[in-house]
Design a protein around this ligand. Structure first.
Ligand SMILES: Cc1ncc(COP(=O)(O)O)c(C=O)c1O
Length: 356
């Protein structure tokens, strides 16, 4: 068998391993921030009908521009957004990849405030965009002044902001987004994958889209909608940004089945988003309980919680796994991340934590 490195692979990919959290067969899986609740039966039926209606026409390519789906997404987002301000792809990862293909690339740079979503630097790598890891403060916070100073120092072509931030969970203060927008010479991408879980009063960057043609807000149906397996992410931005990503997207990138399933899911959004409040309750319960037990815990506006376990987070991760609970070691010394799911999953996690 040929070893990968015997192939004429790009030098910058040589020796790397593929991204991905362990997919282990464990009773309680709380490591990838999925929505723990299965799709409700009426929604299963509606998606089934929508898919079945497409099957006879699978000999034809789908709507390349996914116009009907984008109109539904614009309507869901509100803020007066229209179809020409929304674009969709197979997950927000693909959306961000398309953005880097259009606005990053060889000779250009993207900057993110770490620790943040670990796919951002990998998408930069894959698109040949230079990656600049800027820092958050020791408590994982980010102030407007700190953010502006780092953007001013590096003048990147693309800035990634993540709000609520993964893995820390905390949403950004709107003053940070405003300050970065005023300073950044290029595009500013605000990754709002977890926006629906934010605590009351959290402001979405969607509110500042008018008048900011270099701002892009990315969202996903993977988390709040519980549609991770359906693979549907989207962006909202100025129509010129949508025109730009259309230059790099693959033709027919969104299958007819994906478009139909996502539209059916959106039509039943009340049933799907009905789990959000229950998940937020478990999130707040995890934060409160771990703090009561003396752990340091980051404030969370997402469906997960970052908590301190002492110096050896790898050993703590293993102890929890041995107790049947899979959480995420995000590589932050001393910290682990747990997804908030059902009350029973929280019970299992909190009792496994007694083992530490
Ligand atoms: C911050 C953030 N952005 C984007 C994504 C990607 O989501 P998807 O590609 O499923 O839309 C994730 C997934 O975990 C995430 O945590």
């Amino acid at each position: 068998m040929t070893a990968l490195d015997d192939l004429p692979i790009r030098d910058d990919l040589r020796g790397l391993t593929p991204y991905g959290a362990p997919q282990l067969d464990v009773p309680v899986r709380l490591n990838t921030n999925e929505n723990s609740y299965p799709v409700p039966e009426p929604v299963v039926e509606a998606i089934g009908k929508a898919l079945s209606a497409e099957l006879r026409d699978l000999n034809r390519y789908p709507d390349r521009d996914a116009v009907a789906l984008r109109a539904d997404l614009a309507e869901y987002l509100g803020h007066g957004l229209t179809v020409d301000q929304v674009w969709a792809a197979n997950g927000s990862n693909e959306i961000q990849q398309q953005l880097l293909q259009a606005f990053g690339g060889p000779g250009r740079t993207a900057l993110g405030f770490t620790p943040a979503y670990s796919m951002h630097p990998l998408l930069a790598l894959g698109t040949g965009t230079g990656w600049i890891p800027a820092a958050r403060d020791a408590d994982f916070g980010l102030t407007a002044d700190e953010a502006v100073a780092q953007v001013r120092a590096h003048r990147p072509d693309v800035v990634f902001l993540c709000s609520p931030n993964n893995p820390t969970g905390t949403a950004l203060d709107p003053t940070v987004v405003a300050a970065v927008l005023a300073e950044a010479p290029g595009m500013v991408i605000v990754d709002e994958a977890y926006a629906e879980f934010a605590r009351p009063g959290t402001v979405s960057a969607l509110a500042v889209l008018p008048g900011h043609p270099r701002l892009v807000v990315t969202r996903t149906m993977s988390k709040a909608f519980g549609f991770a397996g359906g693979r549907l992410g989207y962006l909202a931005a100025d129509p010129a940004v949508v025109a730009a990503v259309q230059l790099v997207r693959l033709p027919y990138h969104l299958s007819a089945l994906t478009q139909a399933a996502a539209r059916a899911a959106l039509a039943h959004r009340e049933a799907l988003l009905g789990t959000v409040t229950a998940i937020m309750r478990q999130r707040d319960r995890i934060v409160a309980e771990l703090r009561a037990r003396g752990h340091r815990v980051a404030d969370s506006d997402a469906n997960f919680v970052l908590f301190e376990v002492g110096s050896d987070q790898a050993a703590a991760w293993r102890t929890l796994l041995d107790a049947g609970v899979l959480v995420r070691d995000v590589g932050l010394p001393g910290w682990l991340r747990v997804t908030a799911g059902t009350p029973a999953e929280t019970d299992a996690f909190l009792s496994a934590m007694e083992e530490l």
